[in-house]
Design a protein around this ligand. Sequence first.
Ligand code: SF4
Length: 479
Amino acid sequence: MLRSIDLMARSQSLVTNARGEYAILSRADREALQAGRLTSEHARFHDLLALGMIERPGGGGVGLEAAAERTRKAFLLDGPALHIFVVTLRCDHACGYCQVSRAATGAEGFDMSWDDARAAIDRVFEAPAQALTVEFQGGEPALRFDLIERIVLEIEQLNEIHRRNIRFSLVSTLHHLGHDELAFCRDHQIHISTSIDGPAPLHDRQRPNPTHDSFARTVESLARARAVVGHEGVAAMPTLTRAAMADPKAVIDVYRELGFASIFLRPISPYGFARKTRRAIGYDMGAFVAFYNQALQYLLELNRRGEPMVETYASILLRHIMTPFGSGYVDLRSPAGAGLGVLVYNYDGQVYPADEARMAAESGDRRFTLGTVHQSFETLMSSPAMRWLATGAVAEQLPGCRDCAFVPFCGADPVYHAAAHGDPIGDRATSDFCTKHMGLFQILFGHLAEGDPETLRTFTAWAFNRARDEVIDAGYVPQ
Ligand code: SF4
């Protein structure tokens, strides 16, 4: 089955097939191809035949389609590979976009008990994946570093029997990580991720802390952390509010000045803050797509000038577009990552299929609860909430998506659609998830259609996660 879409601001169309191959054609050629009128004399005939866009006489493409599907969806065999422990909801910051997901530092009843943590560890090892990531979140998880240490040591001990490949990560402001905590992270290979929202005035306004010096303390803590865990041991990402939309360069330049080689540009999550705050800091998804377009232009220019700076979300989308493999990214896959790729163990012992589901639950929407950490993995995975979310988990079957040319590279987000539209299927016409991806795919395919060699070199490097100078020719990376 061929799907097509016209590329914005170009006189060309994109055509894709179920193998995840794509071709950019003139509109006349696209029409001829879809009507079965393209003859063997046409300059693109053999190319399109090889891509599986034209049926071979006598068929024979079905095996290739199945093989491509197996490669792209290999993540399905793993089950949930990402296990998030919300060790505490307490935090000393008061970020406007995180109102429902934090409690005051002195508040009681917002820390995970050891009994719940120990049960959650059992759930981690019940998941079938050989490669597992255990992530610590909050609140500010460093406020319960003692619990993090205990969980890590317990997992490491149990893993002497289970023999899994386990990676740890910690999402933290860094402010409460002293030398001893950082040394523990280094010794147990806990990768650290932090938040930097942009230049100091913007960051301090969005992420207020009690001493009103959030940016300065983050920069100071970053240097302290890098000195112990190494430069590559700490990553950062911004939360992009309306205030950041005006100047993408300013946000990117902060990351350059702090020595980061990548930035992950994500729109603000629709969960986690009150309606009034949303009016103040939220924005239309179209504004984000415009921001992203400008930001990408700037990043491409930096790369062209020899400064390798990666936009992480583009690298995920380009991996879907330019390689036969999935990215493993749980927020953009089909079947969706909710529950099938991620499990979240909340501080109160409840289990959720995604961090967004946890935040929706904190706002009072309890439909997403899979059960408690004391229930077995099988019970959680066959819970009514999982069965409900499964109705919107396969993009290729969703109204709107099933005919969309971007669907081989896109994903499904039943949690977002259930929270925003009332049911996991949702409505693509009013979906921010869809508006964002339509916009981003249009931008990326616009560049691919333009074919500027420098842009293609950067895109190839990003898609294959290789250095730009390793790309011999755009589209070719040595093995
Ligand atoms: S979410 Fe939108 S862009 Fe993605 S496959 Fe569905 S219709 Fe296409």
